[in-house]
Design a binder for this molecule. Structure first.
Ligand code: PRP
Ligand code: URA
Length: 212
């Protein structure tokens, strides 16, 4: 595994730990689950955008003119459909001026390999940082395939944000895309025999959208 200390960031904060615990709870209702996931999305985005480019601007306060900063755009948020949408909600609350692209991918339940079914990316995507969003980093197949796609569109500053990761997924992403930093709210124990994260939260898409 890449030992670069900037490659993997785990949210180390009591508020994040509290939210993740509530999200894991099987008794958390779908509307509450969506709300909590979005809140973690905001925390992840805060951490993942610490070093994105800014430019100096003049601003006039009620007292005088001074110098401030504004984000250099574009910043692009790319959720992996469908579950990425829930986490992206909070990311967009933090950076409403971000542009959104979409990548549709689901895991073949037997082979556990990603099946791509949709892609809509902004034309200027390669001109700024891209926040790739998916709540679950399990085998890492979906994230790695989405990053392959973004790189094929010229993106060079890609940051992957997820809620829960398995060691297997971190290892795969680290080997296949060592240049893409991972921001996660928790690292769990392992994958089970059907590729679910243990203890995890179950099926993120189903819990977000009530399709249990
Ligand atoms: C889930 C999750 C990831 C993928 C992770 O999506 O949101 O995209 O599985 O697994 P991996 O790391 O092994 O590739 P799912 O296939 O359930 O699709 P959905 O978002 O449409 O529910
Ligand atoms: N996808 C999910 O939604 N949950 C898992 O635990 C693994 C993949």
């Amino acid at each position: 595994m890449n030992q670069d200390k900037n490659h993997l960031t785990v949210l180390d904060h009591p508020v994040a730990a509290h939210l993740v615990t509530r999200i894991r709870d099987v008794n958390t209702t779908t509307p509450r689950f969506r709300e909590l996931v979005a809140r973690v999305g905001m925390l992840l985005a805060y951490e993942a955008t610490r070093d994105i480019p800014t430019q100096t601007v003049k601003v006039t306060t009620p007292i005088e003119e001074t110098e401030g900063f504004e984000l250099q755009l574009p910043v692009t948020v790319v959720p992996i459909l469908r579950a990425g949408l829930g986490l992206a909600e909070g990311v967009m609350q933090l950076i409403p001026q971000a542009v959104m692209g979409h990548v549709g991918m689901f895991r073949d339940e037997k082979a556990l390999t990603p099946v791509s079914y949709y892609e809509k990316l902004p034309t200027q995507i390669a001109d700024g940082p891209v926040l790739l969003i998916d709540p679950m980093l399990a085998t890492g197949g979906s994230a790695a395939a989405a990053i392959d796609l973004l790189k094929s569109r010229g993106c060079t500053d890609i940051r992957f944000l997820c809620l829960i990761s398995a060691p297997e997924g971190i290892e795969k992403l680290t080997e296949s895309h060592p240049d893409v930093p991972i921001f996660t709210a928790a690292i769990d124990q392992k994958l089970n025999e059907i590729g679910y994260i243990v203890p995890g939260l179950g099926d993120a898409g189903d819990r977000l959208y009530g399709t249990l």
